[in-house]
Write a new protein. Structure first.
Length: 122
């Protein structure tokens, strides 16, 4: 199941209020790139027929059928992506699990990299 941190929810709701996206849901998407990595994206959108709907507080999130398996277990956070730089980051399922045995937790991969919500193009 896809999840979001409270920090991500708060920042997305604030972004929606600052733009013309108030009242729209957030679409979260993922696709597998040619090199096997997973590319994540998000943007405000309207509901489509095959969407899975999830609610995080006041935020409705939509996930299309092709993205569901790639987002299973992923977490969206708004955190320090680089020293002094807050950004949205997607933590994919294997990286979302806390490391054990004294190992460090893997660092999150940057999401859209824009510091705000943008269209993923899917």
């Amino acid at each position: 199941m896809f999840s979001m941190t409270p920090a991500a929810v708060t920042e997305i709701l604030a972004a929606a209020a600052r733009s013309s996206a108030a009242g729209l849901a957030l679409r979260v998407a993922a696709r597998q790139a040619a090199d096997g990595s997973i590319e994540f994206g998000m943007g405000f959108d309207e509901e489509r027929e095959d969407d899975e709907k999830t609610r995080f507080d006041e935020l409705e999130v939509l996930i299309g059928a092709p993205s569901k398996p790639l987002l299973d277990g992923a977490v969206l956070d708004f955190a320090e992506a680089a020293p002094g730089q807050l950004d949205f980051v997607f933590i994919s399922a294997p990286e979302a699990v806390m490391a054990t045995g004294g190992q460090e937790q893997p660092q999150p991969k940057p999401g859209c990299g824009s510091g705000g919500c943008g269209s993923c193009g899917t």
